[in-house]
Design a binder for this molecule. Structure first.
Ligand code: PLP
Length: 368
């Protein structure tokens, strides 16, 4: 069975094989693994020793996004969030429930965020201390430009928090060149092709609030950083098997040629799926020029027989799991282009999807 979803992704069997050992987190052997992993992730992000720190946090992506917001934005600070889609909405909710002020910036849902619009919003409101950007918006499939948007924030003395959960490991990032980025957050189970269970923030340690100001001990990244700087290992129980599997996944990323090679494979996967869906008479949400390489949303066919769960079940009988929900304003279904899959797998998926449409009787395939 292949997961054709934008995370958790299909993993290589060597990654899954790393899950089969019991591990004591405080064992010196595991401490070395933990430390080595943090160093590799820092390098991958272009982080600088002594400036940035890679901080693991057990759990999912939402947890570490919340932790970054709580640990870097003082109460009274204000976060400007371009409304890129479902994950920007989630960032706003996380900020508000943490008692931080989040200010939405309406943008066209099917276009990359215009850096000039961010500049205008920041100029109009000097109280906006931070920009919160979703790098690859998994809701829409559009990739936004943290370098160009960050340059506007930097020029105006503002800071940035980047949700790179569905970007890190494939799309470019260079923290050394972007001092305005206070934190970038991501997880093990998307473009890094590990298994779910651990999230990470790479932060500028000088921007962390003092320990105790996050309003949550569990999500206080300053406390995580202080413990690690003191030479201690993980603060609470980490997910050691997940981290051991991530080491294997990072070895595979290196062997593939690093993020540029991975991005090229994901682009090829996306094109195979995009062309295949058009060939089946379906309508992608985005035109090719703005379609990103991570997730492809397809408008629900207009046929009255359309039933997302029945379709998902019919595709699954043919060896591929796709999401049984959608994150777009109009009904759609979504296909992940990421994970340990190649264009040949995507062509097989297209055949499976065509057969599934026939099985459930979808003749009118264009969007409603
Ligand atoms: C997957 C994802 C997240 C986090 O999702 P979790 O289910 O909490 O791991 C956050 N942002 C984006 C853009 C994502 O794709």
């Amino acid at each position: 069975m292949k997961l054709l979803i934008p995370g958790p992704v299909t993993t290589h069997r060597s990654v899954r094989a790393a899950l089969t050992h019991d591990i004591a987190p405080w064992d010196p052997d595991f401490r070395a693994v933990y430390h080595g992993l943090r160093v590799r992730l820092l390098r991958l992000a272009g982080g600088q020793d002594g400036v940035h720190a890679a901080l693991p946090l057990p759990g999912c992506g939402h947890f570490v996004t919340e932790a970054a917001i709580r640990s870097l934005i003082p109460s009274g600070g204000r976060l400007l969030v371009p409304l890129t889609g479902a994950y920007a909405d989630r960032m706003i909710r996380l900020a508000r429930e943490a008692g931080r002020d989040a200010v939405p910036l309406p943008i066209a849902a099917d276009q990359p965020t215009d850096p000039a619009a961010v500049r205008r919003a920041l100029l109009a409101d000097p109280g906006l201390s931070h920009v919160g950007l979703v790098y690859s918006e998994t809701g829409s499939g559009v990739v936004h430009d943290p370098a160009a948007i960050g340059a506007e924030a930097r020029a105006l003395g503002r800071q940035m928090i980047v949700d790179a959960v569905s970007a890190f490991g494939a799309l470019p990032l260079d923290l050394a060149a972007q001092p305005e980025i206070s934190a970038v957050v991501f997880t093990a189970n998307k473009c890094l092709e590990g298994v779910p269970g651990s999230a990470f923030a790479i932060v500028r340690t000088d921007r962390l609030l003092t320990v105790g100001r996050a309003g949550s001990w569990s999500f206080d990244l300053a406390d995580v950083a202080a413990r690690l700087a003191g030479g201690d290992g993980a603060r609470f129980t980490p997910a050691p098997q997940v981290l051991a599997a991530l080491v294997v996944a990072l070895d595979r990323l290196d062997a593939e040629g690093g993020p540029p090679a991975r991005l090229a494979r994901y682009r090829a996967n996306m094109r195979a799926l995009y062309n295949g869906m058009c060939g089946l008479g379906l309508t992608p949400l985005l035109p090719p020029a703005v379609q990103g390489p991570i997730v492809l949303n397809i408008d629900a066919p207009a046929d009255p027989a359309w039933d997302l769960q029945a379709f998902v079940a019919a595709v699954k009988r043919r060896g591929f799991v796709i999401s049984n929900f959608y994150n777009t304003p109009r009904p759609s279904f979504r296909l992940g282009c990421i994970g340990a899959l190649r264009p040949a797998d995507m062509r097989r998926a297209v055949t499976a999807i065509g057969a599934a449409l026939d099985e459930i009787g979808i003749r009118q395939r264009k969007a409603a």
